[in-house]
Unconditional design. Structure first.
Length: 223
């Protein structure tokens, strides 16, 4: 499949949110990536339902909701109601992950599971057939603008091998420090969804950055 690009709203200008939403609407981006942080699972608080609903009202592309919160089960249906197309929960925040994934699917959403940098992809071996997407954190969750962790490539390759023959349509999303230098290598390793926050929103011409990420070829030789 052609890979997807999901600009992370966390890096948008919240004083000019509608302008930044329009920028994404009229760009080649595929999804809006929306980071929800609760100040407990991660050492930062982002925003909640009022902002998500406002975003949903103006966004013309699906909302890819990344929950960095403890006990996400309590809020799944509320996120669906607020406009989420995908809901990704953290492996580290879910005691009954299988149940949580089924609940997301029952809502009609794409079900994603996120892994922190220290969490091996092998923990998903017994649930890989049941999930639609794995989000590999390529920075520690909580903040935008951090440095990309190199071990991510190895994790993508391991995950790709694990999903082979068992979940060929698995979406592999990379979140944190993505830019035009690592994007070709991430796609080459097997990623098919790229999240980018600061790389897009701090650029003078963000739509060109998005187009550039969309145009990255998949067939580069491994460097
Ligand atoms: C980090 C968030 C990311 C973040 C990415 O906890 O999950 O989605 O917004 O931002 P950049 O691309 O700036 O690292
Ligand atoms: Zn995210």
């Amino acid at each position: 499949m052609k890979h997807l690009v999901a600009p992370s709203v966390l890096a948008a200008d919240f004083g000019n949110l509608q302008r930044d939403i329009e920028m994404v609407n009229t760009s080649e981006a595929d999804w809006f990536h929306v980071d929800i942080m609760d100040g407990v699972f991660v050492p930062n608080i982002s925003f909640g339902f009022p902002v998500l609903e406002a975003l949903s009202k103006h966004a013309k592309k699906p909302l890819d909701v990344h929950l960095m919160i403890v006990d996400p089960d309590r809020y799944l249906s509320q996120f669906k109601k607020a406009g989420a197309a995908t809901i990704t929960v953290h492996y580290e925040a879910c005691t009954h992950l299988h149940r949580t994934v089924q609940a997301i699917k029952d809502l009609g959403c794409i079900a994603g599971v996120a892994l922190n940098p220290h969490t091996p992809v092998s923990v998903l071996d017994d649930i890989i057939e049941d999930i639609d997407m794995v989000l590999i954190m390529s920075v520690n969750p909580g903040f935008g603008g951090q440095k990309f962790i190199q071990n991510t490539y190895r994790k993508i390759r391991t995950l790709k091998a694990m999903a082979s023959g068992r979940n060929e349509n698995l979406l592999i999303e990379i979140d944190g420090g993505v830019n035009s230098e690592n994007a070709p290598l991430l796609l080459k390793a097997g990623a098919n969804v790229l999240v980018a926050g600061n790389f897009v929103f701090s650029a003078a011409e963000p739509q060109k950055i998005i187009s550039g990420l969309k145009a990255v070829p998949h067939n580069l030789m491994q460097v």
